[in-house]
Design a protein around this ligand. Sequence first.
Ligand code: NMX
Ligand code: MLT
Length: 472
Amino acid sequence: MAFFRGLTAVSRLRSRMAQEATTLGGVRWLQMQTASDLDLKSQLQELIPEQQDRLKKLKSEHGKVQLGNITVDMVLGGMRGMTGMLWETSLLDPDEGIRFRGLSIPECQKVLPTAVKGGEPLPEGLLWLLLTGKVPTKEQVDALSKELLARSTVPAHVYKAIDALPVNAHPMTQFTTGVMALQVESEFQKAYDNGLPKSKFWEPTYEDCLNLIARLPPVASYVYRRIFKGGKSIEADNSLDYAANFSHMLGFDDPKMLELMRLYVTIHTDHEGGNVSAHTGHLVGSALSDPYLSFAAALNGLAGPLHGLANQEVLLWIKSVIDETGSDVTTDQLKDYVWKTLKSGKVVPGFGHGVLRKTDPRYSCQREFALKHLPEDPLFQLVSKLYEVVPLILTELGKVKNPWPNVDAHSGVLLNHFGLSEARYYTVLFGVSRSMGIGSQLIWDRALGLPLERPKSVTMEWLENYCKNKAA
Ligand code: NMX
Ligand code: MLT
């Protein structure tokens, strides 16, 4: 780390961000940085006071402005449509999908640095963007790759903690156990115990988040190799970027799989703040629980079948279709199978969303990847057929607000194509990526001094009385 801290002073002197706000596709767009600003933490040091002032102004000038009316339906309906938290790193539009700091996925694919000419974005670039709101240069991304690598050593007790679990424990249980074991090294917890003032909370949070993000690929690949490959681990390759190295440690070195992993990690990072994992991470973090504790809590939410576990469910469901009908499944057979799933009281995994009302752009970019790299893959063709069949049926069902596919409908068949066929593992990959979004926002939560999250709850009796009094 000394190397990067040394760079801070130099880059501070040399750096002057290009302050121009430009527009791209009608969106107010971002600042680019000069190649000399290689240290991410020094960028944040410069940005934080500006953003603190901005928040203060927002509060003092507009604190009493109403954002909408809360209805009884919203209280009873999982707070859907209720604006209730600040989340700086990304924003979700129901029709258009996610924008990371104002940039859509296709825009990110255009402007973020890549490992391969014309290839997929490097997730380190997205991490930089999430944290700073600025598109990094390739040099900055390379420096961040090196920084993450330098932080990636996992203490031996973490592997022992995982080894204490039965090998058939769910991969998410093993992964989260690893994250909890990493918590022993929390710099935030130590600094807090030593009386660090609130104005400096973001600094050890930054250290924890970067360490956590850096250490997740070795922990996650250890879990994979332990469960599915007889415990034979693979050493990191220090010449590779974050996602490629992760793929390598899992045991997959096909250059197309490395590209897939770069795309996969990039698109799963963040989906604004209200989704179960992000919201949980933010909520737990608001108690000043350190980033490891917050992220482990988030992972436990991600492990639910209506959230991140849906990627496992999709591949298992697709394989169950083939088991029942054979690989040459006809459209009618597919329709029957979807109806059978629905009539048995189950959801069709990979379809629907709490906010989105159109096809998830994360689905669309994975489809683009498949069309480019594996158009003949039979499971990809089945996924394409499902796109024609499922939305019509879900619409016919009458109650589903969004019949279109989400991110999880597509990811499994891509991984499966390159040999990562163990569906039970898929949510761990989602978790590794999500650390970048949740971690980035946690740093900003501490930098902006956001308070303990504590919404008001009420009983049914309270609601009944309230409505009676209103009607009177
Ligand atoms: N299959 C069957 N029924 C569905 C589906 C689906 N794919 N999606 C929604 N419904 C039902 C839902 O269960 C509810 O039924 P009921 O009133 O009987 O409880 C009704 O339609 C209305 O739900 P919505 O308001 O459309 O959706 P909601 O916001 O409550 O839930 C999901 C969103 C994502 C939980 C829901 O669409 C779902 O269960 N999808 C399948 C699981 C999935 O793919 N999850 C992954 C989401 C993305 N991620 O990675 O987290
Ligand atoms: C996510 O990526 O978190 C999911 O799409 C769920 C959500 O946004 O609610």
